[in-house]
Each structure stands twice: as structure tokens, then as C-alpha cells.
Design a protein around this ligand. Structure first.
Ligand code: NAP
Ligand code: FE
Length: 374
């Protein structure tokens, strides 16, 4: 048995944590760049006010970049990094779902304006300012991972610019910010968290330490996914469990990385506009069928049991309730999705490495194919 672990983020969980821990911030500097989404949710859910109050209390100046779109592009990261540079920011605070959190990580790279997109994607970047993250969705776990997933129009897909330099210094997890999330975003993001847990569990890099986190996350999320499917409004306890489990799943993927659903899901987001978690959800049942066929039946049974699921059929039905129908695709799109998936690293990070024909099969079984065009 051999494994490695590195999760250095200081994590604070609970209602009111930002206010309680504000005195940690001056150690990071006297000027901050705050990064949030362009939809205004950080203001409506109270996270922005709590962050600004903490900065005021600690006499820290800030500048705001509030233009992050879902699935942020490299161009957006460059604009935010320029603002950080102009204002001599000492650290970056990202508030929001995975999009603003991943964007904040990219904007913390201090030499971004002196490197090309290619160099960025090859991870040839310099120093990174300290990063503080405040998740307001319960899904990505970005608050504890090294990953920053950016849309690259040049590559027509999403790319990860993550290295250990991007691991956040501090994460404030306050479940009260998540109470305002509408049902569909709650479902999409919870499915993302579950996909992290189960992809980690079936990862080629699964270890004794990663499965500690992935199985605990699956245990909580399996129950919570059913509750989301049944109820339109969630109780505060459910919100708390979802945020906790998405953090656990984030630690799990920080140890193993993600795998086949993420590798294929990027194309569903880029070409079909599907939110990230839903895109993974659409692929997960066919991926588990594949894993079941290629001799991991015992592990599948254990994964389902841990997740309080009776069968793969029950899982497929649950995902259909949460994610809705798969998009209709053409054979041209099939080729494009396959090409992109085979270029990712995560497609090979599965307990059993798929052959191209296996990926084709997973694509055919996940999506709705426009038969007239096939
Ligand atoms: P998101 O794109 O950050 O946000 C989706 C929507 O939810 C936005 O419209 C956002 O509004 C809204 N929202 C956020 N918090 C809310 C709240 N408390 N109440 C109401 N609405 C709220 O979605 P996400 O699923 O959290 O993140 C997806 C991104 O994370 C993708 O780019 C994905 O690739 C990435 N990701 C990263 C990792 C990692 O380890 N780094 C892992 C998985 C996924 P605003 O515009 O106001 O923010
Ligand atoms: Fe994800």
C-alpha cells in the first residue's frame, strides 16, 4: 500500500464563520481583489456583505471584479488578473460557485499578462497570490482543490490549469449562503459533488485515504440526491449536509482527480450548453454500466450500497429526475466529443482504462442520437 496526501487549506465550516475568523485575513495582506459571478447571487445570499464587513473590520482595502460568467474563459481570467495587478492586490477572495472560485484561482497568478494562453495551459506560470474561497453552491469542492477549470475557445473545450500553487489558503464554508440556490442549480451541483465522489472511488488512483473521503461523501450524497428529487425546498440540515459532502468529495478528487464523466461532460457543456454537474450526470449511468461489464461488479454493488441505491436502474431513474433528458446529438457531434474525450487525461483515470470503442459505447448510451442525421 502506498499513497500521498496534501490538503493544506485551512477550512472553517459553520454559520457565521467569516465573521468569527476575520482576524486571519490581515496576515494575507492589506489589499484584496474580490471575485464573484455576474449574476449578483453573492450579494443576494449575504456572502458579499460578510466578506466586505470582515475586510472593513480588519482595515483591508479591496477592488471588486464581478463579471465572472458560468464556465469562465481565459479572457475573463486575464481581465481580473489585470485588475489585481493594477490595484497591487496582495490576495484574492473568490465568492460563488465553481466558476467564480476557479476564476479567482486563475486571477491570482501574478505573471498572467506576461505569458501566453499556451504557456498558461502548459502550467508554465509564476507565483500565485494567496487565495481565499467562499463557496455558495454545494458541488465543485473547488475551495479545497488545486484545479481551475477554464473554457478555452481555442481548444473548443474546458481545460484544467491546476497545480499545487492554486490550492486555496483558506476556505470559509457557511451553509447559510446556499439556502437561496434554486432547485435546478441545487440538483446540478449536488450531482457534480456525487460525480466527484464516485469518480474518485472508481479512479485508477483510488487509495485507502481517498476512499475515506469518497465513500463518506457518497453515503451522504446518495441520501441527499433522493431528497432533492422528492422535495422542491430543502431544510437547513440538508443544505449543511450537501456543503459538507461536496467538501469531502473535493478532498477525494484532490487526491485522485476525476474520470470519464468529467472527460465527456466538458463537451456537453461546451457544445450543448449543459451546466457542468448535469453534463456529468447524463454520462454517469452509462459509465457505471461500462464499469459493471468490465469486471468491477463487486465494487459497483458496494458503491450502490454505500449510496443507499438498490440498483443501477434506480440510479438511472434518479439521475433522470435530477438532470432531465440527455441532449439530442448528431453523428458529427459524436466524433467531436470522442476526439475531445480521448485527449483528456481523466478519461484514462478509470479503474479499467477504456478503449476508444468503449468511450464510443458510453457516448451512444448516454446521449439521444438524432437518428435521421446518423
Ligand atoms: P457556477 O457556474 O459557479 O454557478 C451557476 C449559477 O449558480 C450561476 O448563475 C450563479 O450565479 C448561481 N449561484 C451561485 N451561488 C448561488 C446561490 N447561493 N444562490 C443562487 N444562485 C447561485 O456553478 P458551479 O456548478 O458551482 O460551478 C461550475 C464550474 O466549476 C464549472 O466551470 C466547472 O468546470 C467547475 N468545477 C471546478 C472544480 C474544481 O475542482 N475546481 C470541480 C468541479 C467543477 P452568479 O452568476 O451570481 O454567481
Ligand atoms: Fe466537477
Amino acid at each position: 500500500m502506498s499513497w500521498q496526501a496534501h490538503f493544506p487549506t485551512r477550512v472553517f465550516f459553520g454559520r457565521g464563520v467569516i465573521n468569527e475568523q476575520a482576524n486571519l485575513l490581515p496576515a494575507l495582506g492589506s489589499r484584496a481583489l474580490i471575485v464573484c459571478g455576474n449574476g449578483g447571487s453573492a450579494i443576494r445570499n449575504g456572502a458579499m456583505e460578510d466578506v466586505c464587513q470582515a475586510l472593513r473590520q480588519e482595515s483591508i482595502n479591496w477592488e471588486l471584479f464581478d463579471e465572472v460568467e458560468p464556465n469562465p474563459t481565459i479572457e475573463t481570467i486575464r481581465r481580473g488578473a489585470a485588475l489585481a495587478y493594477e490595484n497591487k492586490a496582495d490576495f484574492v477572495i473568490g465568492i460563488g460557485g465553481g466558476s467564480p472560485m476557479d476564476a479567482a484561482k486563475g486571477m491570482a497568478i501574478t505573471n498572467l499578462e506576461r505569458i501566453t494562453d499556451q504557456e498558461l495551459l502548459e502550467l508554465k506560470y509564476g507565483n500565485v497570490l494567496p487565495i481565499v474561497l467562499v463557496p455558495t453552491t454545494a458541488g465543485t469542492g473547488s475551495e479545497v482543490t488545486s484545479a481551475s477549470i477554464l473554457t478555452s475557445h481555442n481548444d473548443q473545450t474546458k481545460r484544467n490549469i491546476g497545480t499545487a500553487k492554486l490550492i486555496p489558503s483558506i476556505a470559509f464554508l457557511d451553509p447559510s449562503y446556499t439556502s437561496s440556490i434554486p432547485w435546478q442549480i441545487t440538483a446540478d451541483t449536488a450531482v457534480d459533488a456525487y460525480s466527484h465522489a464516485i469518480e474518485s472511488y472508481f479512479s485508477a488512483k483510488n487509495s485507502r485515504i481517498s476512499s475515506l473521503f469518497s465513500t463518506q461523501a457518497m453515503m451522504i450524497l446518495g441520501k441527499e440526491l433522493k431528497i432533492i428529487a422528492e422535495k422542491r425546498e430543502l431544510d437547513p440540515e440538508n443544505r449543511e449536509s450537501l456543503l459538507y459532502a461536496s467538501y469531502l468529495a473535493g478532498v477525494a478528487i484532490s487526491l485522485t482527480g476525476t474520470s470519464i464523466p468529467h472527460a465527456i461532460g466538458y463537451s456537453l457543456t461546451y457544445y450543448k450548453g449543459m451546466p457542468h454537474g448535469r453534463a456529468n450526470g447524463i454520462v454517469m449511468p452509462a459509465w457505471l454500466d461500462f464499469n459493471y461489464q468490465v469486471s468491477t461488479q463487486h465494487r459497483i454493488r458496494t458503491a450502490l450500497e454505500i449510496s443507499s441505491l438498490a440498483s443501477l436502474t434506480e440510479f438511472r431513474e434518479l439521475i433522470a429526475l435530477l438532470c432531465g433528458p440527455a441532449p439530442v446529438c448528431t453523428s458529427d457531434e459524436h466524433h467531436v466529443f470522442l476526439k475531445h474525450a480521448l485527449k483528456t487525461k481523466n478519461i484514462y483515470n478509470n479503474l479499467v482504462v477504456p478503449r476508444p470503442e468503449d468511450v464510443t459505447e458510453i457516448l451512444l448510451n448516454s446521449l439521444n442520437w438524432n437518428r435521421e442525421l446518423l
